[in-house]
Write a protein that binds this ligand. Structure first.
Ligand code: NAD
Ligand code: UDP
Length: 312
């Protein structure tokens, strides 16, 4: 067995912790780098006893040096309330983080995967969204620090590849949920489950007619591992998400039913620039990664509800 050395930035976050776990289970040596802005030691505490796991406190906006075969670049707050808390820092994390990690990949000849996002499509005018769509993004709105930061990071990845032959991979992740989401990060799945388990009002923004397509975290991790393993000639970008689309109101009703909650739905103002619809075209992932999501919404929600029951 070949034990690869793998650096995961943002490894103590929701997605990163699942990725670290999977990489360790496959026999790799994992360096989990995080500044603990939205991630927590708690997410990886069960991995600390593994001698092939190292937890490193570091901020990706400053350079970092290590020997590694592969880098997964996940460091960046992902929920609107967290990335809007300090928008300048969010942009720095995406852009300077990308520059520092690409510089490292170039120096040590590592393969590097960027966790990009469906937010690069903004409030899309094309539905579902294929990778060829350039997006409809407000450069000066509430979401811009995240959307434009991630778009700039994609540009940097492509240019390091063209100019310096760095071996890159770009995936565009659509809304992902599962155990270890932060209960206070404001994302819709965690908000609704926490509210339902506490029998509090379920806060639907706008009329709840906006749509999202929810991907369970294990499906995402599988897509990331497969993407990293593709030949160097394949760089993406590749959408990864579940193509089953739901309105936010449908999600609220499902969560109430699955938790057996007494919560009532209430309506709150829709945040500005909130995308009205989002659904991935996953034909490239199916073809190039031989991948499609396995866990559908109700099954994934049940697993996520079980997790939240243990922490609330
Ligand atoms: P998360 O907030 O749980 O994880 C992000 C991690 O990055 C946290 O552990 C945080 O502490 C760390 N981090 C933030 N800024 C950092 C910095 N400057 N230096 C070092 N570490 C830093 O969010 P997540 O949902 O796990 O998202 C992981 C990645 O996937 C992010 O890049 C996000 O943009 C991307 N993504 C996630 C989703 C989703 O639905 N979860 C969708 C699209 C893209
Ligand atoms: N949303 C909601 N109630 C909440 C949290 C979010 O209705 O308590 C809505 C939000 O306005 C958006 C959708 O759910 O339309 C998904 O929000 P999230 O923050 O999870 O992700 P994103 O908007 O980045 O896709």
């Amino acid at each position: 067995m070949i034990r690869k050395k793998v650096l995961v930035t943002g490894g103590a976050g929701f997605v990163g912790s699942h990725l670290c776990e999977r990489l360790l289970n496959e026999g790799n040596e994992v360096y989990c780098l995080d500044n603990f802005f939205t991630g927590q030691k708690q997410n990886v505490v069960h991995l600390l006893k593994n001698p092939y796991f190292e937890l490193i406190r570091h901020d990706v906006t400053t350079p970092f040096f290590i020997e590694a075969d592969e880098i997964y670049n996940l460091a960046c707050p992902a929920s609107p309330i967290h990335y809007q808390y300090n928008p300048i820092k969010t942009m720095k994390t995406s852009v300077m983080g990308a520059i520092n990690m690409l510089g490292l990949a170039k120096r040590i000849n590592a393969k590097i995967l960027q966790a990009s996002t469906s937010e690069v499509y903004g409030n899309p005018l094309v539905h579902p969204q294929p990778e060829s769509y350039w997006g409809h993004v407000n450069p000066i709105g509430e979401r811009s620090c995240y959307d434009e930061g991630k778009r700039a990071a994609e540009t940097l990845f492509i240019d390091y590849h063209k100019q310096n032959h760095v071996r890159i991979k770009i995936i565009r992740i659509f809304n992902t949920y599962g155990p270890r989401m932060h209960p206070d990060d404001g994302r819709v799945v965690s908000n609704f489950i926490v509210q339902a388990l506490k029998n509090q009002d379920i806060t639907v923004y706008g009329k709840g007619e906006q749509t999202r397509s929810f991907q369970y975290v294990d499906d995402l991790v599988e897509a990331m591992i497969r993407m990293m393993a593709t030949p160097d000639s394949f760089i993406g970008p590749v959408n990864t998400g579940n193509s089953n689309e739901f309105t936010i109101l449908e999600l609220a009703e499902k969560v109430i039913r699955l938790t057996g909650s007494k919560s009532k739905i209430i309506y709150k103002p829709l945040p500005s620039d909130d995308p009205m619809m989002r659904k991935p075209d996953i034909s490239i992932a199916k073809k190039e990664l031989d991948w499609s999501p396995k866990i559908q919404l109700e099954e994934g929600l049940i697993k996520t509800i079980d997790f939240f029951k243990t922490i609330i």
